[in-house]
Design a protein around this ligand. Structure first.
Ligand code: AMP
Ligand code: ZN
Ligand code: FE
Ligand code: FE
Length: 308
């Protein structure tokens, strides 16, 4: 079977249908809420997923798993399968890479301790961005950003929204263009965990580690190394991937024996219209991900038994 032949239809940027098969089950495994830089509550997101006919969803807020309990409850009510997730910003060989962690234990002490550090770094980064804006005579206050963000994982989109709200920029896009994009005067580099440490962190929390949107980060050359170091999967389907890119990453995943995932990366209204429903991962890949989780859990318990 060609790697692209799943049992369901996949749409991607450009709207091309890669493999139509009505009636299949679909998942969206890359979503954000207002627990990071999205605009929907978990309940609103679950309701949107239900309206799109999703059978499974994951919440992958940046540097937090805080919204997952509410999302799980909302999904259960709606008959949607839910998997706990998060998205970590990492680096490898000077390349930025986003790693999605799935099936994490939300109470894992090391995961929670690391997340706390990432969140502290995010807060000081906001202060630094505001300092730079003030030095440019843009009178934004950090308190306005934190009040608007109202979460433990504030980021650049919150700064952009605060600039718009305070009448200091006409639009979020303008805020990024003028001030916040890499290389712009208020851009502050972000601390990034090493990708290998991120994979280890996800694994020790009982999760699977998946490279998010490789097509955005242009990091194809590091996929072989990360696969060799235990990375479990590749996000082949993503809003910003064209059909050609999805095919390419499906072939890459098959070559390196990586799991296949996909999601819309919906941030609610933070990036224009909500993206949920635009990318649907065929159920077969979701089933394979769950099977991998099962066998990982079995091998972990064997290791624990052997050690005790
Ligand atoms: P941060 O993690 O704080 O660096 O912020 C990254 C977030 O900003 C991601 O969700 C990006 O998609 C979002 N972002 C980056 N560029 C833009 C842009 N031009 N307009 C809106 N959101 C953006
Ligand atoms: Zn985001
Ligand atoms: Fe990302
Ligand atoms: Fe994301």
């Amino acid at each position: 079977m060609n790697a692209i032949e799943g049992p369901g239809n996949v749409t991607s940027k450009g709207g091309e249908e890669l493999s139509p098969a009505p009636g299949s089950l679909f998942a969206d495994l890359h979503l954000h809420t207002l627990f990071s830089d999205g605009t929907f509550t978990p309940e609103e997101l679950a309701a949107r997923g239900s309206a799109c006919g999703l059978a499974a969803m994951s919440l992958t807020d940046h540097d937090t798993v805080e919204g997952c309990a509410r999302m799980a409850a909302a999904c259960q009510t709606l008959g949607i399968e839910f998997v706990i997730g998060t998205e970590l910003t990492a680096e490898f060989s000077d390349k930025e890479v986003h790693l999605l962690g799935y099936f994490l234990d939300p109470n894992n002490p090391k995961l929670l301790a690391e997340i706390k550090k990432f969140q502290a770094v995010r807060k000081s980064r906001i202060h630094e961005m505001v300092r730079r804006l003030n030095a440019l005579s843009v009178p934004l206050r950090a308190e306005s950003v934190f009040a608007l963000a109202n979460c433990r994982s504030p980021g650049r989109p919150h700064v952009a929204r605060a600039l718009v709200q305070e009448g200091l920029c006409p639009s979020m896009e303008a805020a990024f263009e003028r001030f916040l994009k890499k290389g712009r005067p208020a851009w502050v580099p972000k601390f990034k965990i090493s990708a290998l440490d991120a994979i280890a962190l996800i694994h020790q929390a009982g999760g699977l580690a998946v490279m998010a949107h490789p097509g955005i980060n242009h990091c194809d050359e590091i996929i072989p190394s990360l696969a060799a170091q235990g990375m479990d999967g590749l996000e082949c389907f993503h809003t910003k991937h064209t059909a050609k890119m999805s095919k390419h990453y499906l072939n890459t995943a098959a070559h390196f024996n990586l799991l296949v995932t996909g999601g819309s990366d919906c941030h609610g209204y933070s990036k224009g219209q909500p993206l949920i429903g635009g990318v649907k991962l065929p159920g077969i890949y979701w089933q394979k991900l769950k099977a991998a989780r099962q066998s990982q859990a079995v091998s972990l318990s064997v290791k624990v038994e052997a050690a005790s």
